[in-house]
Design a protein around this ligand. Sequence first.
Ligand code: 1Q0
Length: 211
Amino acid sequence: MADTFSLQRVLETFRSSLSEKKEVYMKYYIAGWQELVAFMNSLGNVFSFISKDVVSKIQILENFLLGENRSHYVTIQSMVKYELENDLVDLTKRGSHPESGCRTLLRLHRALRWLELFLERLRTSTEDSKTSVMCSDAYNESLAQHHPWLIRKAVGVAFCALPGRDTFFDVMNAGDHMQVVALLGESLPLIAEVYQITEDLYAKNTLLELP
Ligand code: 1Q0
């Protein structure tokens, strides 16, 4: 992973994450998140409580990916099958498997929906649109439903510290505004597809409310 964020690389990692059979490779899913963390870190310390949580979740998944059972963690599909068949998931309340791959990935999966909604707003925004409003509208429509009051408050404070739209576009390192908008248009269907495949898989296995 290079130091500077680039939207192009995020696009490429999400593209690489889809197999021909439309399975999702964990390796690239995680790499996509690492890029996003790099982006968040470049926005300043207000976001560190958010990026710390993402980093620790990435770490949990990476440990599975490199661990002795790694052959079962190649795709999200194989992870779900393996963990369920071997009773490695706390299904209704937290117990002996508080950090299963399934529940950890679910947190990132919910956040991916936020990202999709936010980037779609950014793509269609105008010069006077406010990033804080786009961010919090997307948040209220997605992740907020899964967060307790205290976190919602803290997130609200962090949103106020977001840089403006121009800075956002610049930090993406994808050329001028029109080029960024075009690249967002290319990225969003991919992010949406990865999200939907995961959502369907989790729904089919009744995993969407894992504690
Ligand atoms: C750019 C601004 C970032 C705005 C992020 C919005 C979402 C905020 C969510 C913050 C929650 C963080 C505190 C921890 C919460 C955990 O309790 C919660 C549940 O986990 P657990 O183990 O307690 O059950 N964790 C989560 O819900 C995961 C939250 C992940 C937040 C992911 C934020 C993703 C940000 C990505 C960078 C934005 C890049 C935008 C432009 C990118 C261009 C391609």
